[in-house]
Design a protein around this ligand. Structure first.
Ligand code: SAM
Length: 350
């Protein structure tokens, strides 16, 4: 599936819930979030149908997010359904890690391949403040459990914020020394261009200079394939290299893990954007910030499309309508986003 600008759409981010068990300063709007009634959220069966159509159209990489995906009960059954869809080559999840210790092994067994864990401070009190009351021990144990479960990649994502956690860049970089982690530094996006928010922005170049103080850095993307199955480097999974995403990657000399920089502000990657987003309410979004959306829930719940599956075959009317919706959403993707959207991350899925 190509969009108007000949970008091949190969990734789908699926928000499975708008609920979260943390209340991060940069994620939630000050006015609070209106959570959706349960019946407005797509069921696992509906999400799987959408993913089947996406896979038919050439989407190969799927990521579960939220809200906090691990707050959705029995997530492993969704993982199992998605991983058995023909054409799914990559299945990942972004989580805050709070509940990961409990679920890591079961998710791996169900077919989850990769995990990104969001973590913005290694300091107990600061972490509590950033997350509105979170306990860092839960997340650190979650990271250990993910490494122990043997995922192809375990990434730790830090959003670097001026005056909040910029002084911890070096500490985060050192996490990659002993553990097979990919530690990634993400530029803070000031949604809606509010001046107060823009002041939190730290350019990736400055982050790189801080990391350089920790030791010699070598570019990791040109390295030959590292140990198969290691969480740090290239995976042995077929096709994964081309699905890797927008990070610029480095390795500190002697480190087991790698470091990544994601620069959505100083070096926007819209030109290479190959993803669509499914919100928890079933809206297929062209872009995080701009470009519009198509309502899949109405299609899924139309009486014309019941039953969804009969004798193992997808209802042809439903299949046609969903595929057309995907093509419509792809063609809504802007060449470059305006940067002025005001997304509610927990509803769209970060
Ligand atoms: N609950 C899950 C988690 O914490 O990973 C998934 C959803 S959360 C919205 C996903 C991630 O979006 C955050 O951890 C953060 O990395 C990213 N994010 C949210 N707001 C951001 C912002 N203003 N700038 C950069 N990244 C942001």
């Amino acid at each position: 599936m190509l969009d108007r600008f000949q970008r091949k759409i190969t990734r789908l981010r699926i928000s499975v819930t708008d609920l979260c068990n943390l209340y991060c300063v940069y994620c939630r709007p000050p006015q609070g979030v209106h959570h959706m009634p349960r019946k407005e959220i797509l069921s696992f069966e509906e999400i799987t149908l959408v993913a089947r159509c996406a896979a038919q159209l050439g989407v190969r990489s799927f990521r579960l997010t939220g809200g906090e995906p691990l707050t959705r009960r029995n997530l492993k059954s969704l993982v199992a359904s998605l991983s058995s869809i023909p054409g799914v080559e990559d299945l990942a999840m972004t989580t805050n890690g709070v509940l990961l210790r409990r679920y890591a092994h079961a998710l791996k067994e169900a077919g989850l391949m990769r995990i990104n864990i969001s973590l913005d401070s290694l300091q107990k009190e600061r972490f509590r403040q950033i997350t509105g009351g979170g306990n860092i021990e839960d997340v650190l144990e979650g990271i250990e459990a993910a490494v122990d479960a043997g995922f192809e990649q375990v990434k730790v994502n830090m959003v670097v914020m001026r005056g909040i956690n910029e002084d911890e860049v070096e500490d985060f970089a050192r996490l990659s020394m002993d553990k097979p982690l990919e530690v990634r530094f993400i530029e803070y996006m000031a949604f809606g261009c509010r001046m107060i928010e823009e002041k939190k922005f730290v350019p990736g170049q400055e982050v790189l200079e801080r990391i350089r103080k920790e030791g010699d850095l070598v570019p990791a993307d040109t390295e030959a394939s590292t140990k198969a199955g290691g969480a740090s480097g290239e995976s042995s999974a077929p096709g994964l290299r081309s699905l890797r995403g927008p990070a610029k990657r480095y390795r500190l000399k002697g480190a087991r893990g790698v470091l990544g920089l994601i620069l959505p502000v100083s070096q926007p990657f819209c030109g290479d954007c190959n993803r669509l987003r499914l919100t928890s309410q079933g809206k297929l979004r062209a872009c995080l910030l701009s470009g519009g959306e198509v309502d899949l829930r109405t299609i899924l719940r139309s009486e014309d499309h019941a039953p969804h599956v009969s004798n193992g075959k997808l209802n042809p009317g439903l299949e046609k309508a969903l595929c057309e919706a995907f093509i419509k959403a792809s063609n809504m993707k802007p060449a470059i986003h305006s940067g002025r959207g005001e997304p509610v991350m927990c509803q769209i899925g970060g």
